[in-house]
Design a protein. Structure first.
Length: 626
């Protein structure tokens, strides 16, 4: 894991000092070493976190004849197989690094030819000094970040937004991105909170010619991999293939020249990964988890149960929320733009814990999106059952949701009942869109935002949903989640949380072979009645204690609703002060005040909406001070 940055300039030349400053601001991503290349049109910078080939893998890296130079962030998990293939065709290697595979692969196959063969997480820039062509590329699913700024005759790029500072304060707020954030709690590609900076889309590469002509090419789209006619696997065949593929994916991700461990939450996904690791490794696996003082959030007993079963060397840290509140500013602002997934907070702490002993961790991330593990995938199931209830019972439930007070005992059931009622009159995409709207729904944003600020984001998400025309509803929902949720939320959360501690994370479930297999399976292999991730549980039930599969999902959140009524109450009120809100000209103060009042008195639980406003205001004020 590393940080990359660079500049393409059509005519002005490359400012080496600017490049050095960009890299220095991302030093946490690559604390071990740094390197620069400065040519007439292209400058490339790199900060390295050494994981493979510690002695000779420094960057920027040149091909043996120095005709091609690259800066690369990430890991190529099939680099050994690709290397053997390239060597058989006459390519010469001088390091053991996976980066060199891309250099030689480009020379032999061209950019698209090598990209299609890479299995891994990556973002890189490659400069062909002979043709003068400059390339930027991002992995298939968007695990590794890549930000790009285009000006007249100039393109600059970096792994994090902070590389573009100072100067970010002069950029303009992107209202499209703001609307995405308020609705989803994150900002998906290609948007950033700044109008002047974009994110490279997953599965895409840019080609910039010496005269500055820029073209975008898509080399991978998940829907194209499973939309054709293929022979249907039986459940037993699919179960066996899944087991083999996930085991191989874990094995590949265990390749490193530094100490390695795994996050173990106690949930099914991370437990399966750790169990597979324990079978592959000759030494006890090092596992790490976070405990919570609030029992509603704590899964530490589950993590210990699995750790004892697989005989791992287990470490746990129990979060004291009084300490968390003291660090909150630093954790929130590290994302460089508004990011409202509150599970980012415990992610920072488990990464910090792991980094004391290891440099690389495997995680159970992405299994919920790939194998249908979220409650929202049952939205149609619950909506249909609500419609079947007698009307008088429906009316009683509606009245209860409207009038019962929210507290720690009623909060969860009222929230879920409210969602079911909302969804009862919706079908297919509209129901899915409502369930993915973790923050403000469209009608709520209309009331919240000042005139001219509202943007309709629904058609763009609909377009991603409709990529698979006529496919099963569950598959279309999952495909949209892989395109939007994984790239914009999951990968961002874990990447920044780990990079803040200079820790590399690897996710076996997002291997393209596993994802493509999962999307070719019939929906009832993944969602059997109300049993989520059915095939995953069946494939690995012999590796874990039986109790593990009966635990309810708790998530990885924090008690934001409680904080806002206690430790953070005064700060929240200050951030939503009338004078500040009206000066900004973004939000209507009356609507903000209503949300705040209802939450503080316990009338409603607006924790997700208020957390998004809290995070945005933190970012906004920090930006104003820059």
């Amino acid at each position: 894991m590393c940080a990359i940055a660079g500049i393409f300039s059509k005519s002005e030349g490359v400012d080496k000092q600017e490049l050095e400053r960009m890299c220095e601001r991302m030093k946490l991503r690559g604390p071990d070493r740094g390197g620069l290349y400065a040519g007439k049109q292209v400058g490339l910078g790199h900060r390295r976190l050494s994981v493979i080939d510690l002695s000779t893998g420094d960057q920027p890296m040149f091909s043996p004849d120095r005709s091609v130079v690259i800066v690369f962030n990430g890991e190529i998990y099939n680099f050994r197989e690709l290397r053997q293939k390239l060597e058989a065709q006459g390519q010469v290697f001088v390091t053991q690094s996976d980066t060199e595979v891309i250099l030689n692969g480009y020379r032999l196959y061209g950019m698209e030819g090598i990209l299609r063969q890479l299995e891994g997480m990556f973002a890189f820039a490659l400069y062909d000094t002979v043709s003068g062509d400059f390339y930027l590329a991002r992995d298939k699913f968007g695990e590794k970040p890549l930000f790009v700024r285009e000006e007249k005759g100039k393109v600059s790029f970096a792994s994090e937004l902070k590389a573009f500072a100072p100067g970010l304060e002069r950029f303009h707020l992107d209202t499209e991105a703001l609307n995405y954030f308020l609705t989803l709690s994150y900002i998906p590609a290609p948007y950033t909170i700044y109008r002047e900076i974009r994110k490279l889309m997953p599965g895409v590469y840019w080609k910039i010619t010496p005269d500055g002509d820029r073209r975008i090419y898509r080399y991978y789209h998940l829907a194209e991999q499973f939309s054709g006619e293929k022979e249907q696997l039986s459940f037993e065949e699919a179960k066996q293939e899944l087991r083999e593929r996930l085991t191989e994916s874990v094995r590949r991700r265990m390749i490193a020249d530094v100490p390695m461990g795994a996050f173990l939450s106690g949930g099914i996904d991370s437990s399966i990964v750790c169990a597979i690791m324990s079978r592959i490794s000759e030494e006890p696996v090092r596992t790490f988890s976070i405990g919570f003082q609030e029992k509603d959030y704590d899964e530490s007993d589950r993590a210990r149960l699995v750790a004892e079963h697989i005989k791992s060397c287990h470490r746990q840290y129990t979060l004291d929320y009084r300490d968390v509140v003291k660090e909150l500013d630093d954790l929130i602002l590290y994302y460089d733009e508004p990011f409202g997934d509150s599970s980012a907070i415990p992610s920072f702490y488990v990464a910090r814990l792991a980094r004391k002993e290891v440099k690389v961790v495997l995680t159970g991330d992405c299994a919920d999106e790939v194998f249908a593990g979220y409650e929202k995938y049952l939205g149609h199931y619950y909506a249909e059952r609500f419609r079947r209830l007698p009307r008088w019972i429906q009316a009683v439930i509606r009245r209860a949701v409207e009038w019962l007070p929210y507290n720690r005992f009623t909060n969860n059931i009222l929230r879920k009942a409210g969602k079911v009622i909302e969804n009862a009159g919706l079908e297919d995409f509209d129901l899915y869109y409502n369930l993915m709207s973790l923050g403000f729904r469209d009608d709520e944003r209309t009331r919240l935002l000042c005139p001219g600020v509202f943007r309709d984001i629904k058609p763009e998400i609909r377009a991603r949903y409709d990529v698979l025309q006529g496919g099963p509803v569950l598959t279309r929902e999952q495909l949209t989640d892989v395109q939007v949720v994984l790239e914009g939320d999951m990968f961002v959360k874990v990447d920044r949380a780990c990079m803040k501690s200079s820790l590399e994370n690897r996710a076996p479930f997002i291997d393209s072979g596993i994802v493509e297999l999962a999307f070719r399976l019939p929906p009832d292999y993944k969602l059997k009645g109300r049993n989520k991730k059915y095939i995953l549980k069946e494939a690995f039930k012999d590796l874990l204690p039986r109790k593990t599969f009966s635990f309810s999902k708790r998530g990885f959140g924090v008690p934001v609703d409680y904080w806002f009524r206690n430790e953070l109450k005064d700060e929240l009120k200050a951030l939503l002060d009338k004078e500040l809100i009206e000066r900004q000209g973004i939000f209507r103060y009356g609507e903000v005040q209503r949300l705040l009042t209802e939450h503080l008195c316990g009338r409603k639980n607006h924790k997700a909406k208020l957390w998004n406003l809290y995070v945005f205001q933190k970012w906004y004020l920090n930006q104003s001070k820059a």
